[in-house]
Design a protein around this ligand. Structure first.
Ligand code: NCD
Length: 358
């Protein structure tokens, strides 16, 4: 059985095959309209979502399957104190596949370790969001026709933006990728993500202080909103927002075939006056997210075979060290009693759930 918890769970062939399948579904949706007949998707959303939950629902319905679940944790048994491990075991008996979003980092891994059906991480705190990355890769492929040899600007909230983290890890599978990191000093990439960049010889990166400075070199500009819900105080959020705004003046410096992506929702960081510019790809990107999720559901349910599929062993890279204590207050291990799973080697041990160091 295979889960999709992190973009590290997928190799280059799997990314390319899923994109190819999504493009086939876009061309011939009728061929896939009954593929999931009799199958059920459980959407367990402990955190707000519009696009991700609806695109999963729309994807499963378009495959002929059905959907059950909740969109608010207060309407689930969590409100009574049920653990994620127990909820995952229970839902395994009601559905064939789970898509789960949670505000704690590592929650999807906990669900996968306790579930007997495939689990898809639909976002866990500020950690990861692999299906948004699949959406992003499909968008880049459809817009520019390639996934190698790209200069990608990452702008906005690189600290809490889980879509940025998952995108960086995925691009390690492609060749000649250069990232330009554009963020204010309070919202820079977390240390473990810098280590991820350093550890991957295929990825190079540089820093820019403004969009004006970076934009002319970019093939893709990946804009993100400042993640208000992850800040401890409103005042801190107010200090951090509004530093990078893409408007007509800045766009006049960009290449003719550059593309702007955004996982959405968009706040003030992209001026709406730009929406008609054909280089703005974010609405097309969001619409096609449904098709890559259709492809992923088919794949994880074993209904299509892709090239070079590896058997997944979730705990292969982890060991249990009972004395290890994760210091990340937003890690799932802080609210659930879990085995102390650890990845990496001394002196760089990190929590297996949230990937942060001790
Ligand atoms: C993103 C998310 O939830 O992380 N949204 C999405 O899934 N499309 C980005 C965001 O909320 O800013």
């Amino acid at each position: 059985m295979k889960h999709c918890i992190d973009t590290k769970d997928l190799n280059r062939d799997e990314f390319l095959s899923l994109i190819k399948l999504a493009e086939e579904i876009i061309e011939q949706p009728k061929n896939y309209a009954k593929v999931c007949e009799g199958r059920q998707l459980a959407t367990l959303f402990y955190e707000p979502s519009t696009r991700t939950r609806l695109s999963f629902t729309s994807a499963m319905l378009a495959l002929g399957g059905t959907v059950l679940g909740f969109s608010d944790e207060q309407s689930s048994s969590v409100a009574k104190g049920e653990s994620l491990a127990d909820t995952s075991k229970i839902v395994s008996g009601y559905a064939d596949i789970i898509a789960m979003r949670h505000h704690k980092e590592g929650a999807a891994l906990v669900a996968a370790l306790n579930s007997t059906i495939p689990v898809i991480n639909a976002g866990d705190g500020s950690h990861a969001h692999p299906t948004q990355t699949l959406t992003d890769l499909l968008a880049i492929h459809l817009e520019l026709g390639r996934l190698d040899n790209l200069t990608i600007g990452l702008c906005g909230d690189l600290k809490y933006g889980r879509t940025v983290h998952s995108l960086i890890k995925a691009m390690a599978q492609f060749d000649k990728i250069h990232f330009v990191l554009i963020a204010s000093k309070n919202l820079v990439l977390p240390e473990y993500m810098i280590q991820e960049l350093e550890a991957n010889p295929k990825l190079t990166y540089s820093f820019a202080e403004s969009l004006e400075e970076a934009i002319s070199s970019l093939d893709v500009l990946y804009m993100t909103r400042v993640q208000k819900e992850r800040f401890d105080t409103e005042a801190e959020y107010e200090r951090c927002r509004g530093h990078f705004i893409l408007d007509k003046k800045v766009m006049s410096l960009a290449k003719e075939n550059m593309r702007v992506l955004h996982p959405l929702p968009r706040l003030e960081e992209i001026s709406a006056e730009l929406d008609a510019d054909p280089r703005m790809a974010y609405f097309r990107q969001a619409h096609n997210g449904k098709y890559i999720r259709m492809a992923l559901i088919c794949y994880l349910l074993g209904l299509v075979k892709l090239n070079d599929t590896e058997e997944q062993n979730l705990t292969k890279h982890y060991k249990e060290i009972s004395s290890f204590c994760c210091r990340n207050k937003n890690c799932i291990s802080k609210v659930e009693v879990l085995p102390h799973l650890v990845q990496g080697e001394e002196p760089h041990l990190a929590c297996a759930y949230c990937e942060k160091g001790a």
